[in-house]
Design a protein around this ligand. Structure first.
Ligand code: C6P
Length: 414
């Protein structure tokens, strides 16, 4: 079903405001998505009427808060088709989820001489934790390279997957710079055949396409609520037997069953990995966001973006000074990163801002993939449920203005 974009926009209070006297054109959802009123209301409702700490109080209010908090966990499990809610760990964000795996699983299982495989298109969140683990342990960090057209060169993977030596493959389900959608199930099958575990970074994919942890073949997957129109909490999913075997990541309240002066026993899953008071209203808010997106339909969202992306790329191609990075429209998710001859991405973002258009400019926390394409930075437009062709047209008009502004500056004698 096509999305009713004007109706969706009207559900987000932020679109009532203007930026620099212009209609707000928000093209930075890959950094963080805007929040619909239902999510804001769900959090206000918790704070106004149902707030107490969870898992601790023996009074009605605490039980209500615990039910709402645990109810959200069940929604997250359904969202990614996990059958066991104990496998859903609430974390701050995808970054924390991946760090949890790299520390808790990695410290125990990675040894000197082992190999960790990642890809050249990873966000720093799925790169630096593995890089630093490899350094601590004297392990090798190997990269699956990216081809000129922005896809993964999987011809090298069989050589990188050395049985007994390659312990883990960590891969993004969607690149935040190129939009590339690596064949993660295929990668997972190859990794498993060589005895390696698979960690999937679902941060960019989760808002845009159905993710089913049972068919994807992941052992762990992390995603962030703030990119799903929710607040700042995230989810780490992991296979129960792996999570059971791993030591806690953080120690403190709620993650124990008994503490004696000299030793402690850990709580059951998922609580073993949720030390301290969690962000209660935020978890409930993410539950509301998942309900909201599920009602729109994740497949409908994917179809919507499959129309916007080819349109955006075709329109950007009309500007000869622009070079788009990454694969063809049919091979990518809802991000388009580009560079403009002679204009720094920061300057592009500033001119667009004057027009009320928000894009991201810089390395997007993914420096190695920019190095791969020999550019220090790019500008990135990313699209979501509240964007339509009108937003693309506004972007293209503002980019034309940027081109002529800088052409004029360069031809003005100093
Ligand atoms: N990318 C972007 O503008 P956090 O910050 O933990 O919520 O998400 C980290 C992360 C992990 N993986 C991928 C593929 C990502 O894109 C991100 C976040 C944002 O591209 C903010 S840097």
């Amino acid at each position: 079903m096509p999305l009713d974009v004007p109706a969706i926009r009207s559900q987000f209070p932020i679109f009532q405001r203007e930026i620099n006297g212009k209609r707000l054109v928000y093209l930075d959802s890959a950094a963080s998505a805007q929040k619909p009123q239902v999510v804001i209301d769900a959090m206000v409702e918790v704070w106004s009427h149902s707030y107490a700490n969870v898992h601790r109080g023996l009074y009605s209010l605490a039980e209500e808060a615990t039910l709402a908090y645990e109810g959200a966990r069940a929604k997250f499990a359904r969202f990614i088709n996990a059958t066991d809610v104990g496998e859903i760990i609430h974390v701050r964000n995808a970054t924390e989820g991946i760090n949890l795996v790299a520390y808790s699983w990695g410290e125990e299982h990675i040894h000197e001489g082992d190999r960790i495989v990642i890809t050249e298109l990873e966000h720093h969140a799925n790169l630096v934790p593995w890089q630093q683990l490899a350094k601590r342990k004297g392990a090798e960090l190997a990269y699956i390279p990216v081809t000129d057209d922005g896809s993964l060169d999987l011809t090298v993977l069989p050589d990188l997957l050395e049985e007994g030596r390659t312990k883990v493959v960590a891969c993004s389900v969607m690149s935040n710079v190129l939009g590339t959608l690596p064949p993660v199930s295929e990668i997972a099958a190859m990794a498993h055949a060589a005895g390696a575990l698979v960690v999937m970074d679902g941060a960019q994919a989760a808002p845009h396409m159905p993710l089913d942890v049972q068919t994807l073949g992941a052992d762990f997957m992390a995603f962030s609520g703030h990119k799903l129109c929710g607040p700042g909490v995230g989810v780490l999913w992991g296979r129960r037997e792996l999570l059971e075997s791993m030591p806690p990541f953080l120690y403190g309240g709620d993650m124990i069953v008994t503490v004696k002066r000299d030793d402690s026993k850990w709580n059951v899953l998922p609580h073993k990995f949720e030390a301290g008071t969690p962000p209660i209203a935020e978890v409930v808010g993410l539950g509301a966001a998942i309900d909201y997106l599920t009602a729109i339909g994740i497949s409908n969202i994917q179809q919507h973006e499959r129309r916007i992306i080819p349109y955006a790329m075709a329109r950007l191609r009309e500007i000869p000074e622009i070079r788009v990075l990454g694969p063809a429209p049919s091979e990518r998710g809802a991000v388009v990163s580009f560079i403009m001859d002679g204009v720094h991405p920061h300057d592009i973002a500033s001119v667009l801002d004057e027009e009320g258009i928000c894009v991201r400019a810089g390395h997007h926390c993914a420096q190695p993939i920019h190095d791969r394409f020999c550019v220090p930075a790019s500008a990135r437009a990313s699209f979501y449920i509240y964007n339509d062709e009108e937003d693309v047209d506004a972007l293209v008009a503002a980019l034309r203005k940027t081109v002529s502004l800088f052409a004029r500056r360069q031809s003005t004698p100093r």
